[in-house]
Design a protein around this ligand. Structure first.
Ligand code: HEC
Length: 103
């Protein structure tokens, strides 16, 4: 019986270590959004929404006036694929990103 309880000890220690690790991870403060200002968010919206069907285009590929014309075409492509168009919030974020970063 002594052998059994000795074998159990390292197992319990491991469980303890794992649960400590889990607590440490879940209590880590959220860092998203705290780092950069609005620029980061706009970039994220652009990168996530415009990389679904193709690689995200370089913002300097078009002037802002061209982007304004191209965006509705892309929204049409989104509707064709049943994704629905952009939310007003996402459209504003993407246009604002392209205004600052386009040529
Ligand atoms: C639903 C799929 C889809 C999504 C999402 C999408 N595109 Fe496109 N994109 C296309 C397709 C398909 C083409 C090929 C040309 C066409 O059919 O109009 C294209 C082509 C392009 C081109 C090349 C045409 C050119 O004149 O240079 C650019 C730039 C572009 N997309 C930008 C964007 C941007 C910016 C977004 C985010 C707002 C976006 N796309 C999101 C489907 C998509």
């Amino acid at each position: 019986m002594a052998a059994l309880s000795e074998a159990g000890a390292p197992g319990r220690l491991l469980v303890l270590l794992f649960s400590l690790g889990a607590v440490a991870c879940s209590s880590a403060p959220p860092t998203g959004g705290a780092v950069g200002p609005a620029q980061t968010l706009r970039t994220q919206v652009f990168m996530s929404r415009c990389s679904i069907c193709h690689a995200p285009p370089h913002p300097k590929r078009h002037s802002y006036a061209e982007w304004e014309l191209l965006l509705p075409v892309m929204e049409q492509r989104m509707e064709e694929r049943g994704m629905g168009e952009l939310s007003d919030q996402d459209r504003v974020a993407i246009l604002s990103y392209l205004k600052s970063n386009g040529r």
